[in-house]
Design a protein around this ligand. Structure first.
Ligand code: HEC
Ligand code: HEC
Length: 270
């Protein structure tokens, strides 16, 4: 019953946004045709409401009508040498501020690469790297990393091991959210096992997979998670409909909830 409520919440959120933009053309199918992102009007502040009322504008990519990714993981392996310098030969990154890619959802990896390639995040280390990739390369690389067995988060040097109370707080926030602050349970969108959206593989009647590009979070590096959650919290990520969904969650986080959630997620093994 509880799980159903959470699912219903997530579904309602996505459907709400979907209805608002239903008459807009789908930009997601063809990354090459998408326009140069313009700054979204009010990033962070009531991002979901803004997205729902304004509908998709030229500034971001609509990921609600994507189709499940196709590509060749073996070809991706052959293209991954450059990536291994930072993300490791097995998709487990060499530094805790870099994300692990092994076992991540393929559709999420692909659409992140598309986003980097669009130049929407010029400050990211990935922007010049993604610039040299073709669309097929990004598909193949995404499927390759998704096919690798998930690993463990890297230990944080010089940081004290998280204590049991912090981990329990993180687990509770992930599973239950914090209704008093309007913070939804993370598991509704990232799965009870933090392995991705529960409906990630669901294809609707029109052949779209609206939840395929929702990321897995378990075993991700704690420092990277903190960086990303702070970026959502401060409205820096507003380049896709999925960014808007997560930004609405991020603005309800604070330093304490970010440390607790990051510590707990990083502690979840493969
Ligand atoms: C110089 C180091 C470096 C190299 C080389 C590198 N990356 Fe990255 N990658 C990063 C960093 C740092 C981030 C986090 C960037 C950010 O938050 O903007 C990242 C993020 C990503 C993400 C987003 C993951 C997520 O969880 O959101 C993907 C996908 C990715 N890289 C794929 C690749 C692929 C494929 C290659 C090879 C073509 C590659 N990277 C090469 C440093 C690197
Ligand atoms: C309503 C759905 C929804 C809820 C609830 C939600 N998320 Fe997300 N989250 C998303 C989506 C969609 C993305 C992908 C955004 C993108 O494309 O960059 C995301 C991305 C993320 C990322 C970035 C992952 C990476 O590899 O860079 C983190 C970290 C994250 N969420 C953590 C959380 C936490 C912690 C909670 C609970 C406090 C939470 N999310 C609740 C939908 C949600």
């Amino acid at each position: 019953m509880k799980t159903f409520g959470m699912l219903a919440f997530a579904v309602a959120m996505v459907l709400g946004a979907s209805l608002a933009g239903a008459d807009e053309p789908a930009a997601a199918q063809d990354p090459a045709s998408s326009q140069e992102p313009a700054p979204a009007s009010e990033p962070g502040e009531e991002a979901i409401a803004a997205a729902a009322s304004a509908g998709p504008g030229p500034g971001y990519r609509d990921l609600r009508r994507i189709t499940l990714l196709q590509g060749d993981a073996a070809a991706g392996k052959a293209k991954s040498e450059l990536c291994a310098a930072c993300h490791g030969a097995a998709g487990i990154s060499i530094a805790p501020n870099f994300p692990n890619l092994a076992g991540q959802r393929a559709d999420y990896l692909y659409w992140e690469l598309v986003e980097y390639q669009s130049g929407a995040m010029p400050e990211s280390a990935m922007t010049p790297l993604a610039a040299s990739l073709g669309d097929q390369d990004m598909r193949d690389l995404a499927l390759y990393y998704a096919s690798l067995p998930a690993g463990r988060a890297l230990a944080q040097e010089e940081a004290p091991a998280p204590d049991a109370a912090l981990l329990e707080r993180g687990r509770q926030l992930f599973m239950e959210g914090e209704p008093g602050k309007g913070l939804p349970p993370c598991q509704g969108c990232h799965g009870a096992d933090a392995g991705g959206h529960p409906l990630a593989s669901r294809v609707d009647r029109e052949g779209h997979a609206p939840w395929a590009a929702y990321p897995a979070l378990r075993g991700q590096n704690a420092i990277y998670l903190q960086l990303r959650l702070n970026a959502f919290r401060t409205g820096q990520l507003h380049h896709s409909t999925n960014d808007f969904v997560m930004a609405g969650v991020g603005q309800r986080l604070d330093d304490d909830s970010i440390s607790a959630l990051s510590a707990w997620l990083a502690a979840q093994g493969p």
